[in-house]
Design a protein around this ligand. Sequence first.
Ligand code: NDP
Ligand code: 7N6
Length: 309
Amino acid sequence: FELERIGVHESVETVFPPSELVDYLADDLVEVAVIGDDPDEIAACDAVVTFEHRDAYLEVDWVHSIQAGVDRFPFDEFEAEGVVLTNSTGIHDRWVGETVAGYLLSFARRLHTAVANQQERRWDQPDWNEGFTLPGTTACVLGTGTLGSGVAEVLGSLGVRVTGVRRSAEPVPGFEEIYATEDLLEAVGDADFVIVTLPLTEETRHLVDADVFEAMREDAYFVNVGRGPVVDESALIDALETDSIAGAALDVFETEPLPEESPLWDMDEVIVTPHCAAFTEDYFRAVGDIVRENVERLESGEPFHNRVV
Ligand code: NDP
Ligand code: 7N6
């Protein structure tokens, strides 16, 4: 197809101002403009860059998701209508890796407790044996792709021994040991930290269930930066309430925004972040580079980078 007009959908506003991406992509060859939900406005584009899905996208030739996770896009309908879907995997490695390191350092150095106490103007030192350090601990990372590898790189530099879980047990750089998904319970068994970086698929939905929390050590912390429904959230809450694990840092949830009545908000050993583990001022540039590369590939007849459908 011919690419003449790219729309940057206003839903990208969740992560960066749409105009930043329009300016970054501004080019003589292709027209780029911010668009809203008007179906005619969408249909007037050949391609759309977006955060969320809209039914009107079935009228365009190419949709680029500014997220790596594309679980909310209807693949079958895209396929049937011949719409190409590309995603933004490959950019979040270090961003999410540093956020995960922040969670682990908070738990180890008790920073989340100090911040909570500060809100109350309370001078309250941790018990003598509460603090610990990261070197020598083990993190088991579920998913060894961009996020998992970024987590492994940052935690590795802090002296954490990192193991991974993927569909096959094939080795991955940065991971000391790799387990296949069917050995998940064994993989999490001796870890100080269990960290989910998985996409949401039919296979991963509720992959982390009560059996996984049961298999984890009582002093282990759980982290989810992948997708909420990969975890059975009520089993997680149960594990936290019964002290069968030590705590959790959560960026993603079964329902987002996390409902006000969720018990997760009030737990001392739970860190809640609002799906922002990958937020960074560079986000629009990284997305822009993927879009530009695909515009060039389209012009030279090469296959799309990061094509999903
Ligand atoms: P990648 O495609 O690079 O990595 C996905 C990994 O998941 C691969 O290692 C793959 O392993 C593994 N995997 C897939 N299915 C299974 C399974 N059934 N069992 C075990 N492992 C499995 O994706 P990214 O790392 O870029 O992103 C991962 C997800 O993280 C996204 O889909 C998104 O939902 C989420 N995300 C969240 C962010 C946030 O803001 N919190 C930011 C960015 C992404 P293999 O193929 O080797 O089996
Ligand atoms: C906004 C979230 C993804 O899948 O959900 C994340 O890429 C992105 C930074």
